[in-house]
Design a protein around this ligand. Structure first.
Ligand code: CA
Ligand code: CA
Ligand code: CA
Length: 332
């Protein structure tokens, strides 16, 4: 009994001290980098504000050291045999003007179309000039080009979630980052929430503002690059995959929805191993697990259902100090 008290006292102190418990979550990874390359970037082409999801879904692309985004872009389109047009050269003044796309029926979300339609009147008032209106006109050449549908539409690119301040020919890519070409139809990236429209467009309540898709892009590209993992996803996580893609493709998705659907997909792909006593799910039973049970007992920690199941070592349906002691004793 004395020993128990001493253990409990020590555990309580340790639990108080352990304010931060690292989380161990399995997830997709980058494949081996091919010979002669520096690492992978995630590349995608998005037209979600047109209602057309992604023209090229997030994919991993191995990149050379010092390679510019213009060079990577030209290489990807060439390797895929994908139509594209640009002005300047890949080395200098590269400006993407069109990307192969079969869609012709815009499905612009209502909140955005309302802004576009309201804009000419605002611009006339502010600048005594009218530009940026929705015309809906396009050339049916299976290329989505700048100034189609909207007089100020065009191609821009993002490095992670930032619109770059230099041209694609001047930006050296960084392995591990996500690069996205976006077809903007309002405020030079304002529709994607990545620009203030240079003060020339009125601010509006934009659901894309502050929402990052970078982590989702990279995870999706990693899953797609792994044939076995992709098969598993279709096999055991079809619903989760669809929910995640639906969230990713919808410009009105909140960060919370994108994050939670990704977490659900990863949880389905990497089911946690159930080891009695392993509360933090790192695959082993250690003092960290004892601390977690202590902290939970003291109301300092919340635990997921699977963690609670592993924590209830004596199986009485309650996670308390008795379980902490049992787990502590099971550690040598
Ligand atoms: Ca066209
Ligand atoms: Ca553990
Ligand atoms: Ca118990």
């Amino acid at each position: 009994m004395k020993l128990c008290k001493r253990i409990v006292a020590a555990l309580v102190i340790a639990a108080m001290l352990a304010l931060c418990v690292p989380a161990f979550a399995a997830g997709p990874e980058y494949p081996e980098v091919p010979e002669g390359y520096d690492g992978y970037i995630t590349f995608s082409v998005s037209a979600i504000t047109m209602g057309w999801t992604y023209i090229i879904d997030p994919m991993l692309v191995p990149v050379h050291e010092g390679e510019t985004f213009a060079a990577v872009t030209a290489r990807v389109f060439d390797e895929l045999g994908w139509a594209y047009t640009y002005s300047g050269t890949v080395e200098e003044g590269f400006y993407l003007t069109g990307v192969g796309c079969y869609e012709t029926e815009p499905m612009v979300p209502e909140y955005l179309m309302n802004e576009i339609l309201a804009y000419p009147a605002w611009a006339e008032e502010e600048f005594e000039y009218s530009f940026g209106e929705w015309t809906g006109t396009f050339t049916d050449d299976e290329i989505l080009s700048a100034s189609e549908y909207c007089t100020l539409s065009g191609w821009m690119f993002l490095e992670d979630d930032e619109s770059a301040s230099v041209g694609a020919d001047a930006l050296v890519v960084t392995p591990g980052k996500a690069y996205t070409w976006i077809f903007t139809i309002y405020g030079w990236g304002m529709d994607y929430g990545v620009s203030d429209g240079w003060g020339m467009f009125p601010a509006f309540d934009n659901p894309m503002e502050g929402v990052s898709r970078t982590e989702a892009h990279i995870a999706l590209a990693q899953i797609c690059a792994d044939e076995e993992l992709m098969e598993t996803a279709l096999d055991v996580a079809g619903d989760e995959l669809i929910d995640f893609l639906t969230a990713l493709y919808d410009p009105e998705s909140s960060q919370e929805l994108i994050d939670s659907t990704l977490a659900a997909l990863l949880a389905a792909l990497y089911p946690a191993e159930t080891i009695p006593g392993d509360v933090n799910g790192d695959g082993k039973v250690s003092s960290a697990d004892v601390l977690l049970i202590m902290r939970y007992s003291m109301g300092l920690e919340e635990l997921e259902a699977s963690a609670l199941e592993n924590a209830d070592l004596n199986g009485d349906g309650v996670v308390d100090f008795a379980d902490a002691l049992l787990v502590a004793r099971s550690i040598n």
